[in-house]
Design a protein around this ligand. Structure first.
Ligand code: HEM
Length: 230
């Protein structure tokens, strides 16, 4: 299509041996919670997934308890609301698709759990999209309710620019510039789409180390055994 290709950014988790930046995931969750979550669900991520990744379990329990979850039926067959628990998924902003579209001019904000895998360019695309809002070039008229963004297929997106300098406050005192927030939320979404990423790379390293040792031992044993026939 006609969309601008996002540049490739030097993500610190992209190397063959590198793990996710935990501090960035932590800040990225802050951005998701305080900016994106008012329109986007993440129904494949539970609070407990955040434990030991970027928060302590006490911190996550407290975050979960601040939310109200519809549960039920109880013994009387009624639904009731209760404080959130570690096993609850991120609370959804809308009751259903109809309500979501109604609130967004007919457009549907997609669930963000797997968005990094679902879009070509992954986290590079998310970063470019979030920071790519600008005035349309001369001669392009933007339809009512849409916003110009050259990284979006078609160039006109129903989502307005969401990130502005100082939009959130980071508890590690990192200045919350637009690009910092975009980087951190993109890292958070990359982690969400592949929470087993670090474990996978660690296991890969262990396999390589194990087989290297094994191969060296076998090579030595072979030379030793066959030496009399030389
Ligand atoms: C679409 C991310 C905040 C409403 C999207 C898409 C992404 C995204 C990745 C998909 C674009 C595509 O299809 O390629 C984010 C992030 C946010 C955020 C990371 C926070 C930093 C918001 C907010 C709203 C919103 C606050 C509502 C006020 C929408 C809508 C769409 C959308 C309506 C569908 C756009 C269309 O299909 O034209 N968002 N978003 N988003 N978002 Fe957001």
């Amino acid at each position: 299509d006609d969309a601008l290709h996002p540049p490739q950014f030097p993500w610190s988790h992209k190397g063959a041996l590198s793990s996710f930046d935990a501090a960035s995931i932590r800040r990225g969750y802050n951005v998701y919670r305080n900016v994106c979550a008012s329109c986007h669900s993440m129904n494949r991520i539970a609070y407990r997934n955040l434990v030991d990744v970027a928060f302590s379990s006490d911190e996550v329990k407290e975050m979960a308890e601040e939310t109200e979850v519809e549960d039920g039926p109880n013994d009387e067959g009624l639904s009731f609301s209760r404080p959130g628990r570690l096993s609850d998924v991120m609370p959804a902003p809308y009751a259903n698709e109809e309500a979501a579209r109604y609130a967004n001019n007919g457009a549907l904000p997609p669930d963000l759990s797997l968005i990094v895998k679902a879009r070509e360019g992954g986290e590079d695309y998310i970063f470019a999209l979030l920071t790519g809002y600008r005035d349309p070039p001369e001669g392009i008229s933007v339809r009512e309710g849409l916003h110009y963004n050259p990284y979006f297929a078609g160039g006109q997106i129903a989502m307005a620019r969401a990130l502005y300098d100082g939009g959130v406050e980071f508890d590690d005192l990192t200045p919350a510039t637009t690009s910092q927030m975009a980087k951190d939320v993109s890292t958070f979404l990359a982690w969400a789409a592949e929470p087993e990423h670090d474990e996978r790379k660690k296991m890969g390293m262990e396999w390589v180390a194990t087989f290297t040792l094994l191969a060296m031992a076998m090579f030595y044993a072979k030379r030793f055994k066959w030496s009399v026939f030389k």
